[in-house]
Design a protein around this ligand. Structure first.
Ligand SMILES: Nc1ncnc2c1ncn2[C@@H]1O[C@H](COP(=O)(O)OP(=O)(O)OP(=O)(O)O)[C@@H](O)[C@H]1O
Length: 228
């Protein structure tokens, strides 16, 4: 369960990026976040994994209030939330296998469990055969699949993705969406900011539209709208 109440975010330069958001997202939902450039989508998303702190309001995820959580407890939060970025953010000096294993090592997973967990998620994204490769030996779509594998290897309740297909061509983007759908079908809540009109209009999921820091539309089987 993700719940935001009266959430505001003003950056230190005075920009009001999120202007009074209230929302509930239930376990297992798949939610697209759309809106024009600069509307506050990334800020909204970043507050969900505590990359940014709200200036005001409460954000409850899995019974933790992110507005109050102490810095030292952020790693605990990150165990229950997987994050996927537009630019993948893989560690270039580590292999595919090591990138994913690292996500388990930092949270203290027992070494005996690591291999099976990593190979299981690599299987899900169909990249077992690339386990020993380095990120720069992979295509953009393959790198994004590794990054998705990394985001789910802890089996988080929630996966948050900020423009995950932004650097990918249409066919590759559809491959990525199929993986997200599979993850959602297994019960994981998914929140995804995107500019991909075709995907949003085809998938018929819940759509939240943000304009000027406010939710202007929240539809159960929504459409992308008229944004670029
Ligand atoms: N770190 C920051 N410091 C100051 N202002 C910021 C910061 N990050 C974003 N902003 C401003 O906050 C507003 C919302 O930005 P945000 O990145 O959340 O929008 P967005 O909807 O994700 O845009 P896009 O679709 O272009 O990624 C914009 O006016 C932006 O310039």
């Amino acid at each position: 369960m993700i719940e935001m109440k009266e959430v505001y975010k003003t950056y230190s330069n005075g920009v009001l990026a999120v202007n009074g958001i209230n929302i509930s997202i239930h376990p297992g939902e798949f939610v697209y976040v759309v809106g024009p450039s600069g509307a506050g989508k990334s800020t909204f998303i970043k507050m969900m994994y505590r990359e940014e702190k709200p200036t005001k309001g409460s954000i409850i995820i899995n019974n933790m209030n992110l507005a109050e959580i102490k810095e030292r407890n952020v790693p605990y939060l990150r165990r229950s939330i997987g994050v996927v970025f537009q630019d993948f953010k893989l560690l270039e000096k580590l292999t595919v296998y090591e990138n994913i294993a690292f996500a388990l090592e930092v949270i203290g997973e027992q070494p005996k469990n690591i291999k099976k967990k990593v190979l299981d998620v690599l299987d899900l994204v169909q990249l077992k055969h690339k386990a020993r490769h380095f990120p720069n030996e992979l295509s953009g779509g393959e790198q994004q699949r590794v990054s998705i594998a990394r985001s789910i290897v802890n089996n988080p309740a929630v996966v948050i993705a900020d423009e995950p297909t932004g650097n990918l061509d249409p066919d590759t983007s559809w491959g990525i969406m199929n993986i997200f759908e599979e993850i959602n079908n297994r019960g994981t809540t998914l929140v995804m900011a995107t500019h991909n009109k075709e995907i949003v209009n085809t998938m018929k999921k819940r759509v939240i539209a943000i304009e000027e820091g406010q939710i202007v539309r929240d539809e159960a089987r929504g459409e992308y709208g008229t944004y670029d």
